[in-house]
Design a protein around this ligand. Structure first.
Ligand code: KG4
Ligand code: ZN
Length: 320
């Protein structure tokens, strides 16, 4: 059973093909170069670029899998949250394709897709899921597929956003996460950063203080590698402390870590020593992509969820 999944929630065009729950093709057309000159994602440019590449990218994905559109059993796309113009491109393309093929369509929540990317076959809820990306830092208790209890989220910047901002401050490229990680590895020493919200009772996150601290330390003339390492350690430690406390309080022993930041190896090492059973997305599935959308649709289909009506529109704001 072939599922086509599409994500155009932000600045990457993602088209993935999943066969019987296994990722076969996962193509991501990055718009990094397009937005670089502006220092951030320009929504209108993102929409136009999605529109330019979506059809050739979908055709390329089918060709790589050696199948045609008629071999698809269902089509899925991210409905939200995200940039509305960008979302509309992939979502409308997918609905049109499903309609033309007379195949079921599944509207997928972007965060459910991130979680699906890290969710190994055979694992049943309940478990904890941390989604840390450029737009989100959300900790959920997953009680069942489509039953998510939000335990805490960021008060200010998202984790990935903080990596991006600190990277920019250090004169590194975008996206900043991989750049910070690379520079931190080169560092022989570190400048310590305070771990945010150390004494809170809840499960909130905060990254804006780390960013302010980085500004002060750059002005004080500290070398970039030591700064990158200190920032990364504090950001990772903050994520780990909140999640470990949530695990202790709720009794959950299994944790999924998803979203772009989940690719960070220092983060993976820290969570692996947390005394929990931890799962990360396979390579290439932590950042925004289409395969994770197809995986989420596969789970919904398997669990007997009905397809989505084609009259359902995309939405920029959509709590999980
Ligand atoms: O999930 P994603 O591709 O897009 C959103 O939904 O936001 O996440 C992108 C974010 C960026 O902020 C990027 O800097 C961060 O994930 N990221 C990383 C790493 N790779 C990507 N952060 C830390 N370490 C990494 N290795
Ligand atoms: Zn994402």
């Amino acid at each position: 059973m072939w599922i086509l999944g599409i994500d155009t929630s932000c600045d990457d065009t993602g088209v993935g093909l999943v066969k019987d729950g296994e990722v076969v093709v996962n193509l991501v057309a990055s718009q990094v170069a397009l937005h670089q000159a502006f220092g951030g994602v320009v929504p209108e440019l993102a929409s136009r670029e999605h529109l330019r590449v979506i059809r050739p990218l979908a055709e390329k994905a089918l060709a790589e899998a050696g199948i045609g559109p008629k071999d698809l059993s269902l089509v899925a796309a991210t409905r939200g949250p995200g940039l509305i113009g960008a979302l509309l491109v992939g979502y409308t393309f997918a609905k049109g394709l499903a309609w033309a093929l007379r195949k079921p369509f599944y509207a997928i929540h972007h965060l459910e897709a991130h979680i699906a990317a890290a969710w190994p076959p055979g694992l049943n809820p309940p478990f904890l899921a941390l989604v840390a990306s450029g737009g989100h830092t959300h900790l959920f208790a997953v009680e069942a597929l489509s039953r998510y209890r939000l335990l805490g989220a960021t008060r200010d910047d998202a984790a990935g956003e903080a990596f991006d901002k600190v990277a920019r401050l250090l004169g590194l490229g975008f996206p900043g996460g991989p750049e910070i990680e690379r520079l931190a590895q080169e560092a022989r020493e570190k400048v310590p950063f305070p771990v945010p919200l150390k004494d809170q009772k809840g499960y909130e996150f905060s990254f804006s203080g780390l960013k302010t601290k980085a500004v002060q330390l750059v002005e004080a003339g500290h070398p970039a590698p030591a700064l990158a390492r200190g920032f990364q350690e504090a950001a990772v430690e903050h994520l780990a402390q909140v999640v470990i406390r949530a695990a202790q309080d709720t009794g959950h022993r299994v944790l999924l870590v998803a979203g772009g930041v989940a690719a960070n190896r220092a983060l993976q090492a820290r969570f692996r020593e947390a005394g929990l059973t931890v799962y990360f997305p396979p390579r290439g599935l932590s950042q925004d992509n289409g395969a994770m959308v197809a995986l989420a649709a596969w789970r919904r289909y398997q669990a007997g969820f009905p397809p989505s009506p084609l009259s359902l529109g995309a939405t920029a704001y959509w709590p999980l």
